[in-house]
Write a protein that binds this ligand. Structure first.
Ligand SMILES: [Zn+2]
Length: 273
């Protein structure tokens, strides 16, 4: 049984065959899928999917590249959505210095994070973090700014302290991963771990304990080898689990079991099964 902890199933790439894609995922052993929103509208769409499909759960939040859509009114509406029982996390939220280069807009992203973190604490649901550096570097200002915002927040947590969230599709170095693990964050591993040139990410994954890893497809993006060039979908999650298994010298079954248990521990969705 596998879990896809990050897939954007409401995007137009799935309009024509969503039911079939979900069917293929289930046939491939995907037990549960988590659909994070990127703004108010897609957060609502994620909830609609979660209401329709028993094995889909939702997260709500303003993605850093959608920062301009966040204001007092839209955030109040999002906060309402966060109380929905199939919303099990706040996200995806974070910092994106790849697409956003202006200092002012980067500061806006940082400021947007704070109410999301407060909301997570209030509704007792972990956060799903997006982190992307300028030029896709392994470390830099985005990583430092994000960790500097998270660390004081983490100190204030009580029940979320042991399960504050996940760094989705983590692309950073071991030093940043250690700072994240120090706060009990999970590390999301996606398709890039299968890319031929990505030895640095495989080296990183080798050094992460399996009980800190979540697997995710980030569908429809980041399609794993050998399906690169095609649309990604949750049924591909096994390709990522296989690569993690290879790197950790274990089996797909072991990776599936541990990472599914990790996801249950973080999101607490077993109660719905
Ligand atoms: Zn995403």
């Amino acid at each position: 049984m596998l879990t896809d902890t990050h897939c954007h199933l409401y995007l137009e790439q799935f309009v024509r065959d969503l039911d079939e894609a979900i069917q293929r995922a289930m046939e491939a052993g995907v037990e549960t899928m988590l659909v994070p929103g990127m703004d108010l509208e897609t957060s609502r769409e994620a909830i609609t999917l979660a209401e329709k499909y028993e094995n889909i759960f939702a997260a709500v939040g303003f993605h850093p590249t959608e920062a301009e859509k966040m204001n007092r009114e839209s955030f109040a509406m999002l906060s309402k959505l966060a109380e929905h029982k199939k919303v099990i996390a706040i996200g995806e939220i974070g910092l994106d210095y790849y697409w956003v280069k202006e200092t002012e807009k980067r500061i806006e992203q940082q400021q947007n994070l704070l109410p999301h973190l407060e909301l997570a604490n209030k509704v007792n649901k972990p956060v799903i973090l997006h982190l992307r550096e300028e030029n896709d570097a392994e470390s830099g200002d985005a990583t430092n700014d994000l960790l500097d915002i998270l660390e004081p927040w983490h100190k204030t947590l009580i029940t979320l302290k042991s399960r504050p969230g996940v760094f989705h599709s983590f692309n950073g170095n071991l030093e940043s991963a250690k700072r994240a693990l120090e706060m009990n964050f999970f590390i999301g591993v996606a398709g890039p771990v299968t890319y031929k040139k990505n030895d640095s990410q495989r080296d990183l994954v080798r050094q992460l304990p399996l009980d800190s890893i979540l697997v995710e497809t980030d569908s429809p993006f980041q399609t794993p080898v050998p399906n690169r060039g095609k649309r990604n979908e949750p049924a591909n999650i096994g390709l990522i689990a296989d690569k993690i298994a290879e790197v950790h010298r274990t089996t797909r079954e072991a990776v599936a079991q541990i990472t599914t248990a990790n996801a249950n521990r973080l999101f607490g969705w077993e109660a719905y099964a």
